[in-house]
Design a protein around this ligand. Structure first.
Ligand code: DAH
Length: 346
C-alpha cells in the first residue's frame, strides 16, 4: 500500500509541475484530494489493514495530502501573481499624456450685475423679492396709477397674452404686489431684479431686458432718503467718484419724479463717445411714491410715504463691460460669453 501511495504522490507532483493555468490546479486538487479523489480512496480501503498498519498508513496519506496541497498552493500563488502582472502591464497609465481640458462656464454679465446690486441693497437691509413675468394688467398698470387708456401706457409697447394678462413691461408691477401682499401694512424695503418685455428691437433695445425695481415705504420717508440711497448704490456699483444728477421727469406712480444721471464713468464728466459728449449718463427712473398708489394698494398716505426707483440691468452691464449691442446679451454666442471668465469672481 505504501508503494501505491508513493505512486499517487509522484504522479500528482508530476502533474502539478506541468500546470500552466489556475483552473488546472483545481482539477488536480479534485482528482487527488477531493471526496472521490485517489488518496481518499486509499483512506477508504484501509478497513482491510491490521491495527498496527492503519495509523502508519493513515499518517502517510495525510502527509502526502499536505504535501500535494502545499505544492498546489505554491503554484497557484505563482500563477495569480503572473496574471496580476499581465493585467498591470496592460492597464498601464501614461501620466505624461496631456489631460482633456475641462471647460468651465462663466457668469453671464447680467447675472454679475444682478448679484452686485443685490449685495449692495442687502447690505442696506433690503429684501430681494421675486415677481411673476406673466403679469396682469391690474398689477402692471392699474395699481400703479395707470388706468386703461392712460397715455403713458403708450411708452411701453406690450406683449398681451389676453386682454387681462401680459408679459410684464416693468418690474414696477412688484411694487403693487409687495404692498398688497403685506397684509399688516408694515414698512417695506425691497428690490426686485427680473426680466421684462416690450415690443422693441434695435441695438439698444431688446424685446426682453432686465430691470431692478426698488421700493421703500415707511413713516417720514423723503426725497433726501431717496437721494442718499441712490448715491450709495451708484457709487458702490459704478465707482466712488460718481456724481448724481436728478432731472425732473414724469412717471404716473411717483410724484415728484426724477430721472437720474450719473457722471460718465469713462471720462469722469469731461465728455466722450460713451456719454455723447455730455458728461452724463442716464441710468434710473425714480421718485416719491404717488399717494394714489399708496391708497390703491392699502397704505394710508397720511401715515406713510415712500420712494421707488427702477433701473435697466442691460444698460448697466453694457456700460460696465463696454458692450455696444444689447442683443449680444441674449444671443448666447460662446465667443462673447467666454470673455467674462470667472477669474476675477473669486
Ligand atoms: N418702471 C419704469 C420704466 O420701466 C422705471 C421707473 C421709474 C421705476 C420711476 C420706478 C420709478 O420705480 O419710481 O420706465
Amino acid at each position: 500500500m505504501k508503494e501505491k501511495i508513493e505512486q499517487i504522490k509522484n504522479s500528482a507532483l508530476q502533474e502539478i509541475s506541468k500546470i500552466t493555468e489556475l483552473q488546472n490546479a483545481n482539477d488536480i486538487r479534485v482528482k487527488y484530494l477531493g471526496k472521490k479523489g485517489e488518496l481518499t480512496a486509499v483512506l477508504r480501503s484501509m478497513g482491510g489493514l491490521s491495527a498496527e498498519e492503519r495509523p502508519v498508513i493513515g499518517s502517510l496519506v495525510n502527509e502526502v495530502k499536505d504535501e500535494i496541497e502545499e505544492k498546489l498552493q505554491e503554484i497557484e500563488k505563482g500563477l495569480k501573481q503572473k496574471e496580476l502582472n499581465k493585467k498591470l502591464e496592460k492597464e498601464k497609465i501614461d501620466i505624461t499624456l496631456p489631460s482633456t481640458k475641462i471647460r468651465r462656464g462663466s457668469k453671464h454679465p447680467i447675472n454679475r450685475v444682478i448679484e452686485e446690486i443685490e449685495d449692495i441693497f442687502v447690505s442696506m437691509g433690503y429684501d430681494v423679492v421675486p415677481g411673476p413675468e406673466l403679469e396682469t394688467d391690474e398689477y402692471c398698470f392699474e395699481r400703479l396709477n395707470l388706468p386703461k387708456g392712460h397715455p403713458a401706457r403708450d411708452m411701453q409697447d406690450s406683449f398681451y397674452i389676453t386682454s387681462e394678462y401680459l408679459l410684464r413691461t416693468q418690474t414696477s408691477a412688484v411694487q403693487a404686489r409687495a404692498m398688497v401682499e403685506n397684509k399688516e401694512k408694515t414698512p417695506i424695503r425691497i428690490i426686485c431684479p427680473g426680466k421684462t418685455y416690450r415690443r422693441d428691437d434695435d441695438a439698444t433695445h431688446s424685446h426682453q431686458f432686465g430691470q431692478v425695481e426698488g421700493l421703500v415705504i415707511d413713516e417720514n420717508i423723503s426725497l433726501a432718503d431717496l437721494k442718499g440711497t441712490l448715491e450709495v448704490f451708484v457709487r458702490k456699483l459704478l465707482g466712488e467718484n460718481s456724481k448724481l444728477r436728478f432731472r425732473p421727469s414724469y412717471f404716473p406712480f411717483t410724484e415728484p419724479s426724477y430721472e437720474v444721471d450719473v457722471s460718465c464713468f469713462k471720462c469722469g464728466g469731461k465728455g466722450c463717445n460713451l456719454c455723447k459728449q455730455t458728461g452724463w449718463i442716464e441710468i434710473l427712473g425714480s421718485g416719491i411714491v404717488h399717494p394714489n398708489v399708496l391708497k390703491m394698494n392699502g397704505y394710508d398716505p397720511e401715515k406713510y410715504s415712500g420712494f421707488a426707483f427702477g433701473t435697466g440691468l442691460d444698460r448697466i452691464a453694457m456700460f460696465k463691460y463696454g458692450i455696444t449691442d444689447i442683443r449680444l446679451l441674449y444671443t448666447n454666442d460662446i465667443r462673447f460669453l467666454n470673455q467674462f471668465d470667472r477669474k476675477d469672481d473669486c
